[in-house]
Design a protein around this ligand. Structure first.
Ligand code: HEM
Length: 416
């Protein structure tokens, strides 16, 4: 899949009143913008793309806003940070196969019972059962590239891991992994700029999921889809296929771009910071804190809510129908919450970051995400402890909803 052609947008002259998530420089490095706004105007706004949208930058504000439920609603497709014309064009957003994605696209009570359905599969012990599969996968990927002495670490490594883990977890044919990446990028990344691509990919993906779920309903086995269909959840009665398709839709969408971005950002960091790289290579016991620091500094996920009523928040009133971005990445750079937030400290111990969100929608897959990062970074450092970025100007970043490197040329010395 080719990278999206990012259309030029009108330059931003005032980030406080006219910010632009799609600004090319903001996508590459949003941190200076957040730092300025936090001082000058902690609730920035924009009227670009037809709907007033707010951008909080303070840690406490982001956390408080995530707690205003359901007045700030997550109902599909409101959690998407996309401009509204991209949402409106999707005519099948609520067709019978369920293009929604509960619990992330729902408010209570639907959010509560759908979240409860998936939590057991993502509990720490259940997730640990996927470690061996993930380790074998990472080593196999490295076996296939190590002799080359260079690779695109985003495409050849980071991108390959989450779709295969998710396919394994949900019981899909592992050969579908590349197709998942194409669908998810088509929806979240390419689709950010190209509404027709977004609709096409959503429809194809939804048809695939509906067929899989119907198949498990007819031929139950011991995978997660069959388990979800078997659950005795009164609220689901009569709409099992729709609900389970929606949940699978979310697990694939939420589980791929996010984790791929985080693994890629970590390799970007260590490929450009030799002191940190050597330190982690020499002392693997630092990996858990290093991973949390990568999650904090390079947090990939920004979500959105839409006001169902006027909401007074500090000095501003968020009017009914306006959008608020859950700027979890920006919150993680707030000096009021983190000591020296612009320093990456791979042994940072006090690190209560919001990369996985906050409140009732906090990431249900965080144990899996952490396991994948731990295994992916651990296997890479075991096999390729010395490596560097080839050319910083060749790195490309995706932004908007999920931020992370999409092209990451890395090289290392080979044995020959
Ligand atoms: C580093 C990787 C990941 C990051 C940074 C991340 C981040 C997030 C964030 C910020 C939210 C909150 C959304 C909101 O407030 O609207 C969220 C929700 C969610 N995530 Fe993740 N996520 C990651 C990986 C995963 C994985 C691997 C899965 C599972 C396959 C997953 C499943 C979910 C689910 C099911 C929700 C919705 C929870 C709810 O609405 O109750 N995530 N994630």
């Amino acid at each position: 899949m080719t990278d999206p052609v990012i259309p030029a947008t009108d330059p931003v002259t005032d980030w406080a009143t006219d910010f632009d998530l799609l600004d090319a420089e903001y996508i590459v490095d949003p941190v200076p913008v957040w730092d300025d706004l936090r001082e000058a105007c902690p609730m920035a706004r924009t009227d670009r793309r037809g709907i007033r949208t707010w951008l909080p930058t303070r840690f406490d504000d982001v956390r408080a806003l995530a707690g205003i439920v359901p007045d700030l609603s997550s109902k599909d497709p409101l959690v998407i940070t996309l401009p509204p014309e991209f949402e409106a064009i999707d005519p099948n957003a609520a067709n019978e196969d369920g293009l929604n994605a509960p619990p992330i696209s729902a408010d209570p009570p639907e959010q509560t019972w759908t979240r409860k359905m998936i939590l057991p599969a993502f509990a720490p012990r259940a997730i640990e059962a996927h470690r061996e599969f993930t380790e074998n996968l990472c080593h196999e990927l490295i076996d296939n590239l190590i002799e080359r002495g260079e690779c695109d670490a985003a495409r050849d490594y980071a991108q390959q891991i989450p779709p295969r883990v998710i396919a394994h977890l949900l019981g899909f044919d592992p050969s579908m992994a590349d197709q998942f990446v194409e669908w998810v990028r088509g929806i979240l990344e390419i689709g950010f700029y190209d509404p027709a691509a977004r609709v096409k990919n959503r429809q194809e993906f939804n048809i695939f999921l509906a067929n899989e779920v119907r198949d498990r309903a007819a031929n139950p086995c011991d995978d997660l889809i069959s388990e979800l269909l078997r659950m005795d959840v009164p609220e689901m009665s009569g709409q099992e296929i729709r609900v389970v398709v929606g949940i699978c839709n979310l697990l694939v969408i939420a589980g791929i771009d996010t984790t791929w971005s985080s693994i890629g950002s970590a390799l970007y960091h260590f490929g450009t910071h030799p002191v940190d790289r050597r330190r982690l290579a020499a002392d693997p016991s630092l990996r858990p804190t290093a991973i949390e620091e990568m999650l904090r500094y390079y947090s990939p996920v920004t979500m959105a809510r839409v006001a169902q009523t006027d909401v007074e928040f500090g000095d501003v009133v968020i009017r009914e129908g306006e959008k608020v971005l859950m700027n979890f990445p920006g919150a993680n750079h707030d000096p009021a919450a983190f000591e020296s937030p612009e320093e990456i400290q791979i042994d940072r111990t006090r690190n209560r970051h919001l990369a996985f969100g906050s409140g009732i929608h906090r990431c249900a897959g965080s144990n899996l995400a952490r396991l994948e990062m731990d295994v992916a970074i651990g296997a890479w450092f075991d096999r390729i402890p010395e490596f560097e970025l080839v050319d910083p100007s060749a790195v490309t970043w995706a932004g908007g909803q999920v931020r992370g490197p999409r092209k990451l040329p890395i090289r290392w010395a080979t044995a020959r």
